[in-house]
Each structure stands twice: as structure tokens, then as C-alpha cells.
Design a protein around this ligand. Structure first.
Ligand SMILES: Nc1ncnc2c1ncn2[C@@H]1O[C@H](COP(=O)(O)OP(=O)(O)OP(=O)(O)O)[C@@H](O)[C@H]1O
Length: 332
């Protein structure tokens, strides 16, 4: 089936079939299929170098694919690139903000690039500055802005052309938690207005919070796709972690509990467990029968970090996880 046929009768989302891209010998995308219904948030996850930015660059017409087809906003990508460009906005890892211009001037410059009449450009700039809480600093040069303010300005500039589809390539990388949550709220608001969002992120919590559907890219292919809940269900990585006072107690508990991942230094056992009350009771009953008490007990239910680890074999970006072995074991 072609991307065109696949999209027949559907409004303006994103659809791609068999996208391939290589740089010399290096195959970056090896047949990527994507389907993003209009008005939804789609998140592309993958380890560093997986090809997320390359995918965004192809779908936003910045580079062309070696093979495959795609439709963006109802237009065939390689036949109508100008029509695609008129419908989309892109904010990348490298901001389009001109440091020497003020926030207002940056937005008005964008309005000029969209050929908006001067007055309309000014009005739209004022409205966007207000919306992004930048009115107070509107006439200060962007060089004086924090990372969070710069991201907001970048997104405001993207919105000048009223795009129906926005590509956000790692929009919150490097932002503090408060600025990140502010941007999440802005993204929620955009989706509520009907905008389609294609998001790449290193933060799995971000995908969990924002995305209707998530795809995991690894080795040039989509290795899993679904809602956050569907992906989590694929990974039975739940466990409880028990800590003991000394090695003797750890020994006895390990014998009593059978299948467990043991850490002699931390004096802990990780026992596969779905976190339900009957399952917890079974573990505690076994410890009681062995007359051993745990010092501490924590329950861990699978999250997107586990999914990422298990599917890509890569460490979760920016985080050290102790679940690698269990997550991998649970997939075997
Ligand atoms: N212009 C180019 N020439 C040669 N190789 C390239 C070029 N652009 C990207 N690559 C390679 O393609 C691969 C995918 O890069 P890409 O930037 O798409 O990954 P990514 O998933 O966005 O990574 P990150 O999370 O680190 O941003 C990398 O190995 C990169 O080195």
C-alpha cells in the first residue's frame, strides 16, 4: 500500500512508509513506517544517533530520503515540498533565535518571512509574547535570555505561521523542571487547539506525559509502537526490592525467595513481582516463614525507562538504572 492510499480520506496528519536514509556506508533509517493522526502528539524515542533528527529533517523537507514515501499535512512530501513547508513549523535542537534582535523583533522577522502585512505581524507578535509570558522582556535582546526563555521564543517564532503540524526536536533538553513543565502546558494547549505534534525527546517522562502514541527507533527501524500503557504492558519488568540488615539475613532471604537478583554491596534482593497485594503477601509470608525481616521494601512497576532499556539495550538517557538485568531477563 502506498502512503497516498494509506492516507486516503484522512485529514492532514503524517504518514510515512519505508523511509530509508544512508550517509555513505552508514544506514541511518532502514525502512521506517509512521502514522500520526491529525491533532495528536506522536513521540519518537531512540538512543543517541538512532536517527530521530534525520526523520524530522526528512518529514520537514530539510533533507530528502533515499527511498520511501511520506505525506505531511495532506501533501506528498517529495512532490509538494512547498505546500508541506507552508503547513508545518519546526523547532530543532539549534534555535532559530537571532541573539542580537529583541524577542519582538525576532517574531516580527518571522512574520515578515511569512509575508504577513506589517500590522498583522506586529499584532501576532504581541499576542505570542503575551501567550508565552515574554511581554516584560519583549524589547530586550535575546542574548540576555535564559535557556527556557529562548525555547519559548523559538516556539513563539514557529507559531507565527499558524502551522497545523509542529515538529519539536528535543524541545526541552537542558531546561530546568519548571521550564519543562511550562513548555508541556504550551504543548497541551496547542494540541487542544487541534495542532499535530511530532516530538522527539530524551526524556521518557515527557513522552509519557504528552504523547498519544510513542514509537521506539533503534537500528534504523521502529522496534515498538503504541500508547505508553501498551508499551509498558509489553515489559513485565515489575519487581520489589528488599533491603536487609546484614549478609546473613540476605543469604537466608535469597534462599527463601528463590528467583531474585542479588546485590551483596547494597544488601538488596530484587524479586520479580507485579506489585499486587497477593503477590506482595506471598513474598512477606516466605520471609516470615524463614524468620527474616527486611529493613526496607520498595515496589517498582514498569515504566517507559524499562521499555526503552529492554527494547534498545541502551541506558536511559541521563539516568543510571538498576533495572537493566531484570528488564532484559523479562524479555527473554
Ligand atoms: N549530514 C550527515 N552526514 C553524515 N552522517 C550523518 C549526518 N547527519 C546525521 N548523521 C549520522 O546519522 C546518525 C543519526 O543521526 P541523528 O542526528 O538523526 O540521530 P538522533 O537520533 O537525532 O541522535 P541524538 O539523540 O543524539 O540527537 C548518526 O550516526 C549521525 O552521525
Amino acid at each position: 500500500m502506498t502512503a497516498t492510499a494509506h492516507m486516503a480520506g484522512q485529514p492532514k496528519g503524517i504518514s510515512a512508509l519505508g523511509l530509508r536514509k544512508a550517509y555513505g556506508e552508514k544506514v541511518v533509517l532502514d525502512g521506517v513506517d509512521l502514522e500520526v493522526p491529525a491533532g495528536t502528539v506522536f513521540s519518537l524515542l531512540g538512543p543517541n544517533g538512532a536517527g530521530k533528527t534525520t526523520t524530522v529533517q526528512i518529514l520537514s523537507t530539510l533533507i530528502s530520503a533515499d527511498a520511501g514515501q511520506a505525506q505531511v499535512a495532506g501533501h506528498v512530501l517529495d512532490r509538494e515540498p512547498d505546500a508541506v513547508r507552508a503547513e508545518i513549523g519546526v523547532t530543532g535542537q539549534f534555535s532559530a533565535v537571532d541573539n542580537l534582535l529583541t524577542a519582538r523583533e525576532n517574531i516580527i522577522l518571522m512574520a515578515d518571512l511569512h509575508h504577513l502585512p506589517r500590522n498583522e505581524g506586529k499584532q501576532r507578535a504581541a499576542a505570542l509574547l503575551e501567550r508565552f509570558d515574554l511581554t516584560e522582556v519583549a524589547d530586550k535582546p535575546a542574548i540576555t535570555f535564559s535557556g527556557g526563555m529562548r525555547r519559548k521564543l523559538d516556539l513563539a517564532m514557529t507559531l507565527v505561521g499558524r502551522p497545523s503540524i509542529i515538529f519539536l526536536d528535543e524541545p526541552t533538553t537542558g531546561l530546568d523542571p519548571r521550564s519543562r513543565r511550562n513548555l508541556w502546558q504550551i504543548i497541551h494547549d496547542l494540541v487542544a487547539e487541534g495542532t499535530t505534534i511530532f516530538l522527539t525527546t530524551q526524556y521518557l517522562e515527557e513522552a509519557d506525559q504528552l504523547a498519544d502514541r510513542i514509537a521506539v527507533l533503534d537500528g534504523g527501524k521502529i522496534v515498538a509502537e503504541g500508547t505508553a500503557a501498551e508499551l509498558k504492558r509489553r515489559i513485565p519488568g515489575g519487581h520489589i526490592r528488599l533491603q536487609f540488615a546484614d549478609v546473613h539475613r540476605l543469604d537466608v532471604a535469597a534462599r527463601a525467595l528463590g528467583q531474585a537478583l542479588r546485590d551483596d554491596e547494597a544488601l538488596t534482593l530484587q524479586v520479580p513481582n507485579d506489585g499486587s497485594i497477593p503477590a506482595l503477601r506471598t513474598v512477606l509470608d516466605r520471609l516470615d516463614a524463614a524468620q527474616i525481616e527486611a529493613e526496607a521494601l520498595t515496589v517498582h512497576t514498569p515504566d517507559l525507562d524499562d521499555v526503552f532499556l529492554a527494547l534498545t539495550g541502551n541506558q536511559v538517557p541521563g539516568q543510571v538504572s538498576d533495572n537493566t538485568e531484570l528488564a532484559k531477563e523479562s524479555l527473554r
